[in-house]
Design a binder for this molecule. Structure first.
Ligand SMILES: Nc1nc(=O)c2c([nH]1)NC[C@@H]1CN(c3ccc(C(=O)N[C@@H](CCC(=O)O)C(=O)O)cc3)C=[N+]21
Length: 287
């Protein structure tokens, strides 16, 4: 069996970022600098790394980025007040509250407070509802990024059987919806699914979003399937490992995404994309 084609998310992400950067220049010529506010609560090292990554990516293409750091003891009310302030700020077009939040803060309440017009993560109930209905909205960045990867890799979706492993609000559930909208037959699987391999073996497209290192092995994959790895686990040396056993699965898959360099860079790319779309909309409204 020949090795799978590796879908390069870093490269595809760069290509998309270039066209987003062009949109940024155009907006600036019209007097609008797209702005993203990232709220980080507490000092979780992994979160700090992601947030730094997002800021660097913004800077690289000319998006203004603002980091609001709040102590982990911050009250929910204070956090909500901060969000409301940003909802009304003219220089900010996108608001992202880095998840997870400390236990004493109600995540649902926080997300629902972000104005849907600035919800570039696509996590708010309004955004999720619109996505479900196929209405125009900000799509959640990771599943949106996966759709772009499939598009660039010219993977056919219509009529294919897509199996989603994992049912999180931010990846698994929306992922299935977006694939369904492109006419895939979608199966959701999760931790209570008995005999998982018997189901994933039927998949033409597998999206692994379980959060368990090297969980998907050769036994789960039909020869010729497309395997997308959304996992971002860290080993004891802080090295990134996906949910897919890459060395093993690349021998049977037709296409596979690596970790790092697969879905991760696309998540940030689509965040930049959504932020710029939001800035463009303010211009249209002013006219
Ligand atoms: N409100 C919110 N929105 C998010 O989008 C969000 C979040 N909270 N909380 C945490 C997760 C995680 N996440 C990643 C984004 C990019 C990479 C990424 O760029 N990864 C690189 C490698 C980075 C590295 O080496 O550390 C890659 O896979 O190649 C990873 C993870 C966004 N998240």
């Amino acid at each position: 069996m020949s090795n799978a084609m590796i879908i390069n998310g870093k490269e595809i992400g760069q290509e998309i970022r270039q066209s987003v950067a062009e949109q940024v220049s155009k907006l600036k010529n019209q007097g609008v600098t797209p702005g993203l506010a990232v709220i980080l609560v507490g000092d979780n090292p992994a979160s700090q790394t992601y947030v730094r990554n997002k800021q660097k990516s913004c800077e690289a293409i000319g998006i203004y980025s603002e980091l609001i750091k709040l102590p982990k003891e911050v009250s929910e009310d204070e956090l909500l007040a901060q969000i409301r302030f940003l909802n009304n700020s003219e220089s900010i077009h996108g608001i992202l509250v880095q998840l997870p939040l400390p236990e004493h803060i109600n995540e649902d309440k926080v997300i629902a407070t972000i104005s849907p017009e600035k919800d570039v993560d696509g996590f708010s109930p309004v955004s999720v509802g619109k996505m479900m209905l196929g209405q125009e909205t900000y799509l959640p960045c990771t599943p949106f990024g996966v759709m772009k990867l499939l598009e660039y890799a010219k993977v056919d979706i219509a009529g294919k059987h897509a199996v989603i492993v994992g049912r999180s609000h931010i990846v698994g559930k929306p992922m299935g919806q977006l694939l369904l909208q492109k006419d895939a037959t979608v199966t959701y699987t999760h931790s209570k699914t008995p005999d998982l391999p018997s189901i994933t073996k039927q998949a033409d497209i597998i999206v692994a979003a379980v959060g368990r290192p090297n969980f998907i092995t050769k036994e789960h994959v039909k020869p010729g399937a497309v395997v997308i790895d959304v996992g971002i686990n860290r080993d004891e040396n802080n090295k990134l490992i996906g949910d897919v056993d890459f060395a093993e699965v690349e021998q049977v898959a037709s296409h596979i995404t690596p970790v790092p360099g697969g879905v991760g860079p696309m998540t940030i790319t689509m965040l930049l994309y959504n932020t710029v779309q939001s800035a463009r909309k303010t211009l249209l409204q002013d006219k």
